[in-house]
Design a protein around this ligand. Structure first.
Ligand code: GTP
Length: 385
């Protein structure tokens, strides 16, 4: 952890991706590139990448014994500290791989958990990360990496890892249930804060990680939210006031980025972080149009929104980073997605258009609410505030 002198130097990582036959090579490379950005976000330096094609995953080593030996040789050549697999490893796969490869073995979920642990700032986020980490550790407790991680430290061993690994499963389960209780308490406090805010027009900013949510939030509200070219810079929802013209006051919340293959445990634990989305009056779905992968990213975002059950909440599709596109490409996308608003959050292009569309949604929502009020109760203080 922080005290370990080895942490001063960035850990050297080798990435291993396995593409099943139904995945195109291009897509497989993109997935590996995404893993590389994740690894860098976790502070590693990627020294080599291995991409393997297989019909099926090998049950005992994922990549097959021969390939594992090849990776082992690469580890020696590069003096690598860790090998990160793009697929989730079972406890026994990880153990078998550790038998062959002299480095820390990490999978995608473990890596994402490590990043989440780094970026959790509120008590709620910290508890959620710890719960997710402990659940991730449980099935892997038999592994021999308990002693390894204590010696080596660094990526994948942060958080509750070192001390909790020494205790047995039962006490981990106890800790998880205690944390869950604590979380319930924190959540209910947050819910009552939210209730007090209800009546305001709440805009939730969602989108795949790195879409530019923090940047847009800054451009729209001048808030000092940090924008960094790293994945998951935002883990806690940050909320700012937003003025939409006239008397329209709104509240804008940033949310954690969505990502492919987000560990299942994490989707569950971060539901409460994402619950700002279900409270929203309007969802801004931000898309990084400069990414080759943007359509897949839109699908993933749509799927997660589906899971959150927010289909009745109005949505605005916002296409960002158009400064990085050719004008022809922009026109093409405009034809393909006539409903989208095109912006460059960084260069503050298209923000007025966006503001107008949000104002229209605001008026629409006020209209809906006035109608609901009329049928529910005698017209009262709604227009007063
Ligand atoms: P997460 O916190 O990971 O979910 O990311 P985010 O969606 O909050 O993205 P963020 O605002 O941190 O932006 C990610 C990167 O994209 C940063 O390097 C930004 O400077 C860059 N970026 C954001 N908007 C634009 C844009 O309109 N044009 C260009 N060229 N870059 C942009």
């Amino acid at each position: 952890m922080g005290m370990n002198p080895a942490r001063k130097e960035r850990e050297k990582a080798i990435l291993v991706g396995v593409a099943k036959n139904d995945v195109s090579l291009k897509r497989a490379k993109e997935h590996l590139a995404e893993l590389e950005r994740l690894a860098e976000t976790a502070g590693a330096r990627v020294v080599d990448r291995v991409l393997q094609r297989r019909a099926t995953f090998d049950p005992s080593t994922l990549i097959g014994e021969g390939k594992a030996h090849e990776v082992s040789e690469l580890v020696k050549t590069h003096k690598a500290d860790l090998v990160i697999f793009d697929e989730d490893l079972s406890g026994s796969q990880a153990k078998n791989l550790e038998g062959v490869i002299q480095a820390k073995i990490l999978d995608r979920s473990g890596l994402i958990l490590d990043i989440f642990a780094r970026h959790a700032h509120t008590s709620e986020a910290k508890i959620q990360v710890e719960v997710a980490q402990l659940q991730y550790l449980l099935p892997r407790l038999t592994r021999a990496w308990t002693h390894l991680s204590r010696q080596v430290g660094g990526i994948g061993t942060r958080g509750p890892g070192e001390t909790q690994l020494e205790v047995d499963r039962r006490s981990i389960r106890k800790r998880v249930s205690d944390l869950r209780k604590k979380l319930k308490k924190v959540e209910s406090i947050r819910a009552s804060q939210r209730e007090r805010r209800s009546g305001t027009f709440h805009v939730a900013l969602v989108g795949y990680t790195n879409a530019g949510k923090s940047t847009l939030m800054n451009s729209l509200t001048q808030a000092g939210v940090e924008a960094v070219d790293r994945l998951f810079a935002t883990l806690d929802p940050t909320t700012r006031k937003l003025w939409l013209g006239g008397r329209r006051q709104a509240v804008l919340s940033d949310t954690v980025g969505f990502i492919r293959k987000l560990p299942v445990g994490l989707i569950a634990s971060f539901k409460s972080t994402l619950s700002v989305v279900s409270q929203a009056s309007l969802i801004l779905n931000l898309v990084d149009t400069s990414s080759d992968d943007f359509e897949e990213q839109m699908e993933i975002t749509a799927r997660i929104l589906d899971e959150l059950g927010v289909n009745e909440v109005p949505r605005l599709l916002v296409f960002n980073k158009i400064d990085l596109l050719d004008p022809e490409r922009v026109s093409f996308l405009k034809e393909l997605y006539p409903e989208a608003v095109f912006v460059s959050a960084e260069n503050r292009v298209g923000l007025e258009d966006l503001r107008e569309k949000m104002a229209a949604a605001y008026d629409e929502a006020a209209f809906e609410r006035a109608r609901a009020d009329e049928s529910a109760a005698p017209a009262d203080a709604f227009f007063a505030g």
